[in-house]
Design a protein around this ligand. Structure first.
Ligand SMILES: N[C@@H](CCC(=O)N[C@@H](CSC=O)C(=O)NCC(=O)O)C(=O)O
Length: 283
C-alpha cells in the first residue's frame, strides 16, 4: 500500500528543489523524516539518485544545509536523499542521554535487544521501506541508486551495500567507521543494540564482511588527516588492509589538514557525486 508523504518544506535550489518530507514508518513505528533534492532534470523524467547517510548527532537536514551538494547534483542530474539518523521520540528511557547512542545514533542496523528493538530498525527502514517509497513516489530510476555516508553514515553505507548486494549500484564513504567491532563508538552501539555476544557483530562490520567474502562496487573513501576521531574511531588502514587481502577495489584518499566536519565533506562532495554519476549513468 502506498504511504502518505507529508511535505514539510520546499526550497528552490540551483534550478531544482530541496524538499523535506515526513511519513509514518512501519519499520521504526515512529514518524520519520528525510530530505530530497530534485535536480532540474527530474522535471523531464526519472533520474539516478544517491542516498546519503549522515553521522552521529545529525538529522535529515544536516547534509542538505551543510554539504553544499546541490550545485553538483544539479549539474549531474542526480537526486539526493538524506534520511534521518535514527527514529525520534521513541519514548525509550535514556534514548536522549548520549550523543553517540540512542536518538541520532541508529547505526543503520536493526536492534535485537530490548528496549531498542521496538523502534531502532534502521536497516529495514533504509533498505526496504524508504527504498520502496522512493521508487514508488519520486522520479528516480530504481536501477540507478547509489549509497554514501559520513562517519557513522559511512559505516552504514559500507555495511548496507555489503549486506544487500545489487541494491546500490555505486558506493562511497567519507571518514567512515570501518571496523565498528574494534572501536569504542561501534562497541558501545553494538553492545546496546545487538547484545554482548560479539559473534553477532561481524555481520554489521564492514571489514569483517569484506573478509567474509562480501563485495562492493569500486569504492571511493576520503579521510581527513586532522580528524580528531581518526586514530581511535575510524582507522581507515583497517579497511585498506581488508580490501587489499580480499581484492576489493578501493580508492582511499588521505587529505592533510582536513578535520571530521562538514567543511571536509563540502570539500570532497563533488568528487563523490561524480564517482556515483559515472556508475549510475552507465550500464
Ligand atoms: N558531539 C560530538 C561531535 C559529534 C560529531 O562530530 N558528529 C559528526 C559525526 S561523528 C560520527 O558519526 C557530525 O557529522 N556532526 C554534524 C556536524 O554538523 O558537524 C563531540 O562532542 O565531539
Amino acid at each position: 500500500m502506498s504511504q502518505t508523504l507529508r511535505l514539510l518544506s520546499e526550497h528552490a535550489c540551483f534550478g531544482g528543489v530541496q524538499r523535506f518530507y515526513e511519513h509514518a514508518s512501519e519499520a521504526t513505528g515512529t514518524p520519520m523524516r528525510f530530505g530530497v533534492y530534485l535536480p532540474p532534470q527530474a522535471a523531464q523524467g526519472p533520474c539516478p539518485a544517491v542516498v546519503y547517510l549522515a553521522g552521529l548527532t545529525c538529522t535529515e537536514e544536516t547534509f542538505a544545509i551543510k554539504a553544499g551538494a546541490q550545485r553538483e547534483a544539479a549539474r549531474l542530474g542526480l537526486i539526493l536523499v538524506s534520511p534521518d539518523t535514527s527514529p525520534r521520540g521513541t519514548g525509550i528511557d535514556g534514548a536522549d542521554a548520549l550523543w553517540d547512542f540512542g536518538h541520532g545514533a541508529g547505526f543503520y542496523l536493526d536492534a535485537t535487544q530490548a528496549p531498542w528493538s521496538a523502534h531502532f530498525r534502521m536497516e529495514r527502514y533504509i533498505t526496504r521501506e524508504l527504498h520502496a517509497l522512493l521508487c514508488a513516489q519520486l522520479p528516480l530510476r530504481p536501477d540507478a541508486i547509489g549509497l554514501m555516508g559520513h562517519s557513522m553514515g559511512g559505516h552504514g553505507a559500507l555495511t548496507l551495500a555489503l549486506r544487500h548486494p545489487g541494491l546500490y549500484r555505486s558506493v562511497s564513504a567519507l571518514a567512515p567507521i570501518v571496523a565498528p567491532s574494534q572501536v569504542p563508538w561501534g562497541r558501545k552501539a553494538f553492545a546496546g543494540y545487538l547484545g554482548p555476544d560479539e559473534s553477532s557483530w561481524a555481520a554489521h562490520d564492514a571489514c569483517a564482511l569484506i573478509a567474509a567474502g562480501h563485495r562492493l562496487p569500486p569504492l571511493l573513501v576520503d579521510q581527513g588527516l586532522a580528524d580528531k576521531f581518526l586514530a581511535e574511531q575510524l582507522q581507515p588502514e583497517r579497511l585498506e588492509a581488508a580490501c587489499r587481502a580480499a581484492g576489493q577495489d578501493l580508492t582511499l584518499r588521505r587529505h592533510a589538514g582536513y578535520d571530521h566536519g562538514y567543511y571536509f565533506v563540502a570539500s570532497v562532495i563533488a568528487d563523490h557525486l561524480q564517482h556515483h554519476a559515472v556508475r549510475l549513468k552507465t550500464g
